[in-house]
Ligand binder design. Structure first.
Ligand code: C5P
Length: 275
């Protein structure tokens, strides 16, 4: 039996860094949504654990035990043959690794019938817990506190990545101000797409300055996204380098994505709807 699970891109609509723990991990306050674009994990029972990486973004993605997909599957007692079809850029701030790991956990639970996740499942990566939720959520602490967000309207978006790897630890290391204000305790009631985008625009991603210091091309991506017709805001996701712009309609996002892809054929560009 082949089990297939979609691994959606995760987008940090906001990401406030509000402090740092003694162990070095940073305290965050982040609104996370999921895109209708993503990777695909498929697996079947086999004699030994194996991983094959395919798809348009497979280049450079390890197909061994360093891949979170492998590590997620290895937490179960059942050996499986896994195929990971990569459509998202790796190390890109849109949760590729964590979302792939979460999808693998879902697929393994489906295959084995296990009702409880194995120990260590949510320690695979800081974003695994929110990726297991697969719906708009507020993430706090270092990512271990996750609460679903009700009523956020589907948000039309363009995602763009310039093809530079930005290692998350390097970005956190380059962060100088670690005491940003958290988001308001109570989030708004999301008065439609326009109102939701207005509110998101009033928030921040505190990792933008250190990510731009690490990979200056990110400021070009943000500027080009902001200049697209109909773009209401441009922001980076996670620790970069993927950035996104939000639009009032999916038609506007589709047209803007086509225009940006034509101007930058070397970038990864896609329209998406975030929910
Ligand atoms: O857990 P994950 O592999 O996603 O995190 C990668 C690195 O990012 C961590 O080793 C840490 O240096 C940094 N990080 C952090 N604070 C967080 C999440 C990640 O400092 N909340």
């Amino acid at each position: 039996m082949l089990t297939k699970v979609f691994a959606p891109a995760k987008v940090n609509l906001t990401l406030h860094v509000t402090g740092q723990r003694r162990d070095g991990y940073h305290l965050l306050d982040s609104l996370v949504a999921f895109a209708d674009v993503g990777d695909r994990v498929s697996l079947r029972a086999a004699d030994a654990l194996s991983l094959e990486v395919t798809g348009p973004m497979a280049a450079g993605v390890p197909a061994d035990e360093t891949n979170l997909v492998w590590r997620a599957a290895a937490l179960f007692d059942v050996p499986v043959a896994i195929t990971l079809s990569k459509h998202l850029p790796a190390a890109a701030g849109i949760g590729g690794g964590s979302s792939d790991a979460a999808a693998t956990l879902f697929a393994m639970a489906d295959l084995t019938g296990d009702k409880v996740l194995p120990e260590g499942a949510t320690d695979l990566g800081a974003d695994v817990r929110v990726c297991l939720m697969r719906q708009a959520a507020r993430m706090q602490g270092i990512g271990e506190q996750v609460a679903p967000i009700a009523g956020l309207p589907p948000l039309p978006a363009v995602l763009a990545n310039p093809g530079v790897d930005v290692p998350t630890p390097a970005v956190f290391k380059a962060l100088t101000d670690k005491s940003g204000k958290p988001m308001a305790r109570k989030l708004p009631k999301w008065p439609g797409v326009k109102g939701a985008i207005d509110w998101i625009a009033s928030q921040r991603n505190d990792l933008e300055p250190p990510a731009i210091a690490t990979a200056p091309v990110i400021s070009d991506v943000l500027a080009d996204l902001a200049a697209l017709p109909g773009a209401r805001l441009a922001r980076m996701s996670g620790s970069g380098a993927t950035c996104f712009a939000l639009f009032d309609t999916r038609d506007a996002a589709d047209a803007a994505a086509a225009r940006l892809a034509e101007a930058h054929p070397e970038w990864w560009v896609t329209p998406a709807t975030l929910t």
